[in-house]
Design a protein around this ligand. Structure first.
Ligand code: FAD
Length: 525
């Protein structure tokens, strides 16, 4: 008699004979279940005969017949009642298959009624990283069971918000309905993850439901920590205070720029890392360009208060930017962090690295808020709070079935949608290779890109990877990223939105194919 143990208390076997009953008892079984309808075969013992023998041997006996392919919920519920008593149970049918199916149905029903579900690949976040990865996964294997947890009904094209603040795009141009963006073949769970339980491969949702997963991809973005600057939330959108980091105030930036004819305009940059490290100064250059063209620049003093010590993290692009700083007459203040805003008094307070405060009056204040990893990723996070992944494979350093990309992950690249474009194929490749037991590994080289808009119609296109290594996509003769070019502007304002929506979010990996190596998985870096 070949017995297959499926759970701690439940085993299955093929048809037993009357002679097997004593053996079953000797195995320590308390409950015997017959899932085979009487009369299927001539040599099959009748259930009443087996029942009499089983009960004489001290076994509890249940006749739960399953007609092939006609398994009922009632049978699964009956099994559930039996198993709830946690007694050693053996079920049989002709081969053991139907007894296995009853358990599977019972598990599914039990999971549904307790709010639990199982998913092969669970993607957390329906932003740039989540949608692109889901699409890339399904492009590679359309049979994958993929679900995306995302609470919002709308998806935002955040790289467009700088252009909203510069009067180039409308707010609505950066918003799309979420539903049509969910890749075909993926399910959308309109909910938010409240807690990760990676030891048991589960996430707890805000609705109270639980999702079990085989593989997890986390791309839930960065947290904008407005409240870390005292008084900022209360005054944002009023008193000349605005930010392109918020969809609702990006149009206000443009209104403030147009309204300012003279006075002092202050732009801030918080400590790194932030998403799109160039965005704080792009807002400033677009404003300065408008004031120059409208003839008001001579009456406006511009200050750039930067919590960091350099204008841009990759030195190769700094000379081109410095020329614009000079052209617009911008005063640069380094290592000064915005800590308080008093909107009604139109005063901002900055702290230097020694903790000394400086009070600065303003007529217009553009704030780029402090940013950090969201708290709920803690069970997956490194000491700094980011989801802790290998910087080449994007696989979690402690949980093998977890991947992460985008702003929330620990990789030291520029946090941009451009980085996501290169990361999503890496995650898709490595996750599927892992599922299939394939040794090949896709490598992420740290690519990120920041189109630094220096005036309307000109962009310094920074493209670089880990360690600041320059990684230009185009040949130099076509687009020299270290110089302000119209080609860079055309890319930013015209080409990148369709590249984002029609290629990246659809799993079309144009110019984004990763390097694949057949070497064994890389060690954690
Ligand atoms: P997001 O796209 O922010 O998506 C995160 C998603 O996770 C969201 O949909 C959110 O609702 C969801 N989520 C959050 N919490 C939960 C939860 N608990 N459960 C489930 N889902 C959750 N990039 C560029 O490449 N070029 C640029 O020029 C550029 N300019 C920018 C300018 C501005 C002003 C800003 C704000 C950003 C800019 N970026 C730019 C950065 C780019 O938008 C981000 O790097 C990119 O969107 C990151 O993708 P992501 O998937 O990590 O996060």
């Amino acid at each position: 008699m070949k017995v297959n143990q499926l759970t701690e208390h439940y085993s299955v076997t093929a048809q037993i004979s009357p002679d097997d009953i004593e053996r079953v008892r000797a195995m320590g079984i308390d409950v015997l279940i017959n899932n085979r309808p009487d009369g299927e075969a001539a040599d099959q013992p009748h259930s009443s005969e087996l029942q009499a023998l089983a009960e004489a041997a001290g076994l509890e006996y249940h006749y739960l017949p399953v007609v092939p392919n006609q398994l009922t919920v009632e049978t699964a519920q009956a099994l559930d009642r039996i198993l709830s008593r946690e007694k050693p149970t053996l079920a049989f049918c002709r081969t053991g298959n139907r007894s296995t199916q009853v358990l599977e149905l019972r598990n599914r029903i039990a999971a549904d009624s307790s709010g639990e579900r199982s998913v092969q690949v669970l993607v957390v976040g329906g932003g740039a990283g989540g949608l692109a990865t889901a699409a890339s996964l399904l492009k590679r294997d359309h049979r994958l069971d993929v679900a995306i947890v995302e609470p919002k009904s709308e998806h935002y094209y955040q790289p467009g918000w700088t252009l909203v603040g510069g009067g180039v795009f409308s707010r609505d141009q950066t918003i799309r309905e979420m539903a049509p963006l969910i890749p075909r073949g993926a399910r959308w769970i309109k909910d938010a993850v409240q807690e990760f339980q990676p030891e048991t491969n589960r996430v707890l949702l805000e609705s109270g439901r639980v999702i079990n997963y085989q593989m997890l991809v986390v791309s839930a973005g960065i947290k904008l920590d407005w409240d870390r600057v005292e008084g900022l939330s209360e005054t944002l959108g009023q008193n000349g205070v605005t930010s392109n980091y918020n969809l609702d105030t990006a149009p206000q930036t443009w209104r403030n720029i147009q309204a300012l004819k003279s006075g002092r305009a202050v732009f801030t940059q918080p400590p790194m890392p932030i998403k799109c490290a160039g965005a704080p100064q792009k807002a400033m250059y677009l404003a300065a360009d408008h004031w120059l063209r409208s003839g008001n620049l001579k009456n406006i003093n511009i200050d750039f208060y930067n919590a960091g010590g350099v204008l841009f993290g990759v030195q190769d692009y700094v000379p081109a930017l410095e020329k614009y700083v000079e052209k617009y007459g911008i005063n640069l203040e380094f290592n000064k962090n915005l800590v308080v805003v008093d909107g009604p008094a139109k005063k901002a307070f900055f702290e230097n690295t020694e903790g000394q405060r400086e009070e600065v009056g303003f007529d217009m204040l553009h704030v780029s808020p402090p940013q950090c990893a969201p708290d709920f990723v803690k069970p997956l996070a490194n000491e700094a709070g980011w989801v802790d992944v290998d910087q080449a494979t994007l696989r979690h350093t402690r949980f093998d079935n977890v991947y992460s990309l985008g702003d929330i992950c620990s990789t030291p690249n520029a946090k941009t949608a451009a980085a996501v474009r290169k990361q999503a194929p890496v995650v898709a490749h490595n996750l599927i290779a892992q599922l299939k037991g394939d040794e090949s590994v896709a490598i992420y080289d740290g690519y990120g890109s920041c189109p630094l808009i220096v005036e309307r119609g000109k962009v310094v296109l920074a493209e670089f990877g880990y360690g600041g290594k320059l990684l230009p996509t185009m040949p130099l003769w076509l687009l020299n990223g270290k110089q302000p070019t119209w080609a860079g502007w055309f890319l930013k304002a015209t080409m990148l939105p369709p590249i984002y929506f029609d290629l990246m979010l659809q799993g079309r990996e144009w110019l984004a194919a990763p390097e694949i190596t057949s070497a064994p998985r890389l060690a954690t870096t």
